[in-house]
Design a binder for this molecule. Structure first.
Ligand code: ADP
Length: 156
């Protein structure tokens, strides 16, 4: 079985080199609430180029693998249930300094703390159902992109 061995934030290497790719998902809450178009528009207006994209649905097993790094956290079951509850949009995005700039664009995990105008401030429901995912490191961006896309599905 393929395992999405993402690296825990606390275990990350101190990688200061900027990468030009990140990985995102528009989560089931934002899809259900009709925000796909608005979110993609905000992403491209901020200068990100979509190099891979698919409308898909995670099984509970796949959602569990993707979020395995959080398996010890109290919200893990809720997170896996939510992420497999409906369709998502998965995409690989390209821009200089992509990981950091995309995290700025989406805002804090908890939308109540997200800066005004960020995607989570605009479209998230709550800390769990927070509209979008954004990779937290260059290493995880590469791992997460490969989890969802084959090489032939990425168009640079
Ligand atoms: P981020 O997505 O901002 O990198 P984390 O990696 O800490 O945040 O968490 C992954 C996802 O787990 C969050 O985006 C959110 O959907 C969910 N989550 C995080 N913290 C909580 C919480 N306290 N309660 C419920 N769900 C949470």
């Amino acid at each position: 079985m393929y395992f999405c061995a993402r690296i825990k934030k606390s275990h990350k290497k101190n990688n200061t080199m900027a990468s030009n790719r990140t990985f995102t998902m528009i989560k089931p809450d934002a899809v259900k609430n009709g925000h796909i178009g608005a979110i993609l528009n905000q992403i491209t207006a901020a200068g990100f180029k979509i190099v891979a994209m698919k409308y898909t649905k995670l099984s509970a097993g796949k959602a569990g693998e993707f979020y395995a790094v959080h398996s010890e956290r109290p919200f893990y079951g809720e997170l896996v249930g939510f992420m497999s509850s409906g369709p998502i949009v998965a995409a690989i995005l390209e821009k200089d300094n992509a990981v950091e700039d995309f995290r700025t664009l989406i805002g804090a995990t908890n939308p109540a703390e997200a800066a005004e105008g960020t995607i989570r401030a605009n479209y998230a429901t709550n800390i769990g159902e927070n509209a979008v995912h954004g990779s937290d490191s260059n290493e995880n961006a590469a791992i997460e992109g490969s989890f969802h896309f084959a090489g032939v599905e990425v168009f640079a």
